[in-house]
Design a protein around this ligand. Sequence first.
Ligand SMILES: *Cc1c(COP(=O)(O)O)cnc(C)c1O
Length: 358
Amino acid sequence: MSSLPGAGGPIVASGSFSEPAETSWQRELSAAIRSVEELLFRAGLNPDNLPLEVATQRIGLNLPDARTLTEFPILVPENYLRRMKSGDPADPLLRQVFALQTEDDRPVGFEDDPVGDLQARNQAGLLQKYEGRALLIASGACAIHCRYCFRRKYPYSDEPRRIDDWAPTIDRIRADSSLTEVILSGGDPLTLNDSRIRTLCGMIDEIPHVERIRFHTRLPIVLPSRVTPELINLLRELRAQPIIVVHANHPAEISGDCEAGLRQLVRNGFPVLNQAVLLRDINDSADVLELLCRRLTGIGVLPYYLHQLDRVNGAAHFEVNPELGQSIIRQLRIRLPGYAVPRYVAEIAGAGSKTDLM
Ligand SMILES: *Cc1c(COP(=O)(O)O)cnc(C)c1O
């Protein structure tokens, strides 16, 4: 389809008359890499198109069971792939999205719901752990599948999908005047199209005690074309203060149109914060995290949290010893201005806030 995106553009029926035509970010998402074969080939790791077994053994990246890949498939947008170093099996971006055999391990201490999401679920699609803030599972979809995802086992299919299904959840937020902030999370809320976001945010925006609407999203990092003028306008029209929290882990992620998209958000006046996860062999060094924080602050994005890995089944190979994390943060405090050093935290099920690890 070749129509222009967004408001004022032509509305073309695509399956349903109520949905606008697919915009460029939606086309990019549809075209994302969804198999190990394709990922290996496109990352320059199987240039001769050898059988999968041979190719993976050759580079020392053995695959998990087919069932693991069916339950949590490979998903990588082309734009993110382009920021990888071709032919490098140790590339820090590739490692975030490449499924390994160790995902099938079940080490002691690792669980399906390590952060206690299901015990905090007090209404369909609503998690409430902390005072004043409630988190919506606004969408089960993401634009990328991070292999360390702490919600990789979350039962998304139980959550509201159609707008009408959100009514009881919105009613609950309206009835609780202690809630001053609603966080749209998931999944990733920016996988919803603009009209869906406008409707959902509109219902929240009408609740007078909601002062802030926060978006927890990785799309500006992994699918920068999602940051459109239409999205920015939609956010500007909200009464409540929008706050954007993105998720980048490595300086190589912050380049090209990703940088431009983040700058758009910042220059339009939205607070933009970053959360990162401390990941073994990806960003577990002061040099890498220093560069990440510099790149972020250089475009006005403030480092917010550095998360200790949540101990979800399948992610054990990403775990970093907290003592290493603490020594990295001590280094960052020496090397960077205070505002550029993220808070190193863990999420402990049942705690009243994220837990400071320093
Ligand atoms: C992490 C989280 C928040 C946000 O916590 P902040 O410390 O305010 O960033 C809110 N609700 C839930 C359920 C969370 O997991």
